[in-house]
Design a protein around this ligand. Structure first.
Ligand code: PHE
Length: 357
């Protein structure tokens, strides 16, 4: 076996370069630089060399050790990056693939119905408008022709919000969005305003928070015929039936004149009460021609501009269409209820695909 440092250097660096994996490389390291390693043994001979020999062989032996440990280090690096490349190539994950798990969330019937209504009214040229849920007294009441002494204020079971400054309320209906819209954009106006409203009331058909959708049209020459056609078209699209019959009953709202409550006809099908036909009637909407005082309160000339407005409960529409009977369950957050009545979030309501999901 040679002890010539230069020969050993060539031998070891060649063997190291050929190491196939990390464990082969580690075995070579031990054989060369370990306690009983060949290079270590050579280093140990240094002490017994004569000064002349040490001068000649010393630097070669040190160079040998440097070369071997350098080669091991470089090879380790090379093996590591080869291993990384291999893993990157074999463990690739295509993040563009859809999840293989069934999506678990679902769309709440209230959101579903709001989306359906938005889709129907967008097709009729209505935009969606919004307003604050904490509303000032003026927008919620006064501008809607409900002065302070008006009994309608008591009828609404209003939640008042404590604080200094203007009296604030949790809006009792979506009608204040009529006012905000007329104040912020010039007519002609065609909007719907879906959202949460609040009244201090609770039983099987009333919850302190519920949802309404408001409709408002302001233009020239608008009359009750436009109102009736719009409601009929909307209800036919919503219930997906052509035999929807409406009955407009004279009624009273401070902000409309004349006012009409709208009943929709129902009939019995397979023992169930369904919307359509006219065996009986149920109330679904409040509506009317926007009161000239309301138009004037928004800074418009009521001799020039007329319009109609309507409002209805979104939760109630959902119950009628999808057959739930207890409103309180809507807001219990019970996952079993959501699983049963919820909608797949990938099924977006469209008029062409059927808004009914
Ligand atoms: N704001 C009324 C309510 O909450 C509904 C309504 C809206 C009536 C618009 C007429 C016109 O009962």
């Amino acid at each position: 076996m040679t002890t010539d440092p230069d020969t050993l250097r060539t031998d070891w660096t060649a063997r190291i370069a050929e190491a196939g994996d990390a464990s082969a490389l580690e075995a070579l390291r031990v054989a060369a630089l370990g306690k009983a390693g060949e290079v270590t043994a050579l280093l140990k001979t240094m002490g017994s060399l004569s000064p002349e020999e040490r001068q000649e062989r010393g630097p070669k032996i040190h160079a040998l050790r440097e070369a071997v440990s350098g080669a091991i280090f470089a090879k380790k690096d090379q093996l590591n990056s080869a291993e990384l490349d291999r893993r990157l190539a074999t463990e690739r994950v295509d993040l563009s693939l859809p999840s293989r798990e069934t999506p678990r969330g679902s769309v709440h019937p209230v959101n579903q119905v709001m989306d359906e209504l938005t889709e129907i009214f967008a097709d009729l040229g209505f935009a969606v408008a919004e307003g604050p849920e904490i509303e000032d007294d003026w927008h919620n009441f006064t501008a809607l022709n409900i002065p302070e002494t008006h009994p309608a204020r008591a009828m609404h079971d209003t939640f008042y919000v404590a604080g200094s400054g203007d009296p604030m309320v949790l809006r009792t209906h979506t009608s204040p969005v009529q006012i905000r819209t007329m104040q912020s954009q010039p007519p002609p106006i065609r909007i719907i305003a879906p959202g949460r409203v609040y009244r201090s009331d609770s039983d099987a058909t009333h919850t302190p928070m519920f949802h309404q959708i408001e409709g408002l049209v302001i233009d020239k020459g608008i009359h009750m015929g436009h109102l009736k056609w719009t409601l009929e078209t909307f209800l036919k699209a919503f219930f997906e039936r052509d035999d929807i019959v409406l009955r407009l009953r004279p009624s009273y709202f401070p902000f409309t004149e004349p006012s009409a409550e709208v009943d929709v006809g129902w009939s019995i099908e397979k023992g169930r009460r369904v919307v359509g036909g006219s065996e009986g009637w149920m109330e679904v909407l409040g509506s009317g021609m926007v009161h000239p005082r309301v138009i004037a309160a928004c800074g418009l000339d009521p001799d020039e501009w007329q319009g109609f407005a309507f409002g209805t409960g979104v939760d109630r529409l959902a119950m009628l269409k999808y057959g739930m009977d207890d409103l309180r369950a809507f807001f219990d957050g019970d996952l079993r209820w959501m699983k049963h009545y919820g909608f797949r979030f990938l099924d977006v309501p469209t008029l062409s695909g059927g808004v009914g999901a």
